[in-house]
Ligand binder design. Structure first.
Ligand code: XIL
Length: 384
């Protein structure tokens, strides 16, 4: 950490230095500097932010982070809504902003069962999607999107969430119980992941390529993801990294589970990235683990206790939790090369709408006014 003179706000106030507060933001250490010797610290940019509707958020992102991921605008449904129609307005601005601000620019995501339009999964003449058509469609999409940003988007989440919670490859229609649906697998077969990585590598041989998933600490998933990556490497498929989403909560996964999974994945010989970190203040009692975006919880889980603010004890609990998590990231810094938060500030977070709709959550390091929270100070405090 560089700014050794930094005084956490509460101490500044106690010692009567609060008059310096307007200048405090400038004095404050930044996340990217605090962890410069450990890993990049990134954030996801929402489409309105990319389009310039929240200049203060972009300014904060430029100051704190050195990597960016688009929260939505490069997903198939957004960038390629119709067979012959691409929409590159937001992605073009995203990449241009990233370059202007010295960011490591990530692309998210090429192959996924969610946020992909129905036409992409439709077969010819009303028949189920066949292998040749599916492969041709994937290739055309990957060539167009990866090719457009060749040399500029430095890393791609190629395949997202291919493995279910029991460690099996998802297959079948989207939304089918038990929510394993993966139409790309159903149409192409087991090699669809390999094919997608080969296509992405051909479209930009210099781009880093990643596999990305959630609930990554489940023992069945550790086994299945490790096997997937090992098999790809044995086949000579180009893969650089494993993305661990990190949509976690105050009490899950346990620190032992995080430590264990980082140790296990660390043996694979690919760089690990925490790709979508947010820590919900709600415990597992109130919600499932994971990040299945089609899942909606009702009833008991729909309580919304913090709509008017987060009590101090909960704020401290979150801060401690973030500190504990970052201690583990630093411990495994030789294997982790990026930690990306899924958003800049709490007001933007998808956790306000998932898995319980319209419930106020506080999962990031900056509050709705874009001010650093106790969790920010706790994370900075972990930096060596
Ligand atoms: C989420 C976005 O944050 C939301 O805005 C969108 O409505 C749904 O998707 N796993 C992923 C991300 O890989 O792309 C998802 O992002 C969250 C779960």
């Amino acid at each position: 950490m560089t700014a050794s003179t930094y005084v956490p706000p509460v101490l500044a106030w106690i010692s009567g230095l609060a008059i310096a507060m307007p200048g405090a933001a400038a004095e404050r250490p930044t996340l990217k500097d605090a962890f410069r010797d450990d890993f990049r610290v990134g954030t996801a940019l929402a489409t309105p932010q990319i389009l310039g509707e929240e200049p203060e958020s972009l300014a904060l992102a430029a100051r704190e982070f050195n990597a960016i991921t688009p929260e939505n605008c490069l997903k198939w449904a957004l960038v390629h809504p119709e067979p012959d129609k691409y929409d590159f307005e937001a992605p073009d601005q995203y990449v241009a902003w990233g370059e202007a601000n010295g960011m490591f620019i990530v692309g998210h995501t090429l192959v996924w069962h969610n946020q992909t339009p129905a036409w992409a999964f439709a077969g010819v003449d009303g028949k189920p999607l066949d292998r040749e058509t599916a492969l041709a469609r994937l290739k055309s999409h990957i060539d167009t999107v990866v090719g457009r940003y060749r040399g500029r988007i430095k890393g791609w989440d190629v395949v997202n969430e291919a493995i279910d919670d029991e460690g099996k490859l998802r297959t079948g229609p989207v939304g089918s119980w038990p929510r394993r649906g993966e139409p790309w697998h159903a149409a192409i077969g087991d090699d669809y992941i390999e094919q997608a990585f080969r296509m992405a590598h051909a479209a930009d041989p210099d781009a880093e390529l990643y596999y990305n998933d959630f609930n990554e600490w489940y023992p069945a998933k550790i086994e299945a993801i490790s096997k997937l990556i090992t098999d790809l490497k044995v086949k000579g498929v180009h893969i650089d990294g494993l993305g661990l989403q990190g949509h976690w909560g105050v009490d899950y996964p346990t620190l032992e589970e995080i430590d264990h999974m980082l140790t296990e994945y660390g043996k694979l010989g690919v760089k690990l990235k925490i790709t979508e970190l947010d820590v919900s203040v709600f415990p597992t009692l109130d919600q499932p683990t994971g990040a299945d975006i089609t899942r909606r919880e009702r009833g008991r889980a729909a309580r919304n206790p913090y709509r008017d603010g987060l009590p101090d004890d909960k704020q401290q609990e979150l801060a401690q939790r973030y500190a504990d998590i970052f201690k583990l990231f630093v411990k495994h810094r030789d294997k982790i090369d990026r930690v990306t938060f899924w958003g800049i500030h709490d007001g933007q977070s998808w956790r306000n709408g998932w898995p319980v709709g319209r419930r106020v959550d506080y999962p990031l390091l900056f509050d709705r006014q874009r001010q650093p929270k106790p969790a920010f100070d706790a994370v900075i405090g972990v930096a060596r």
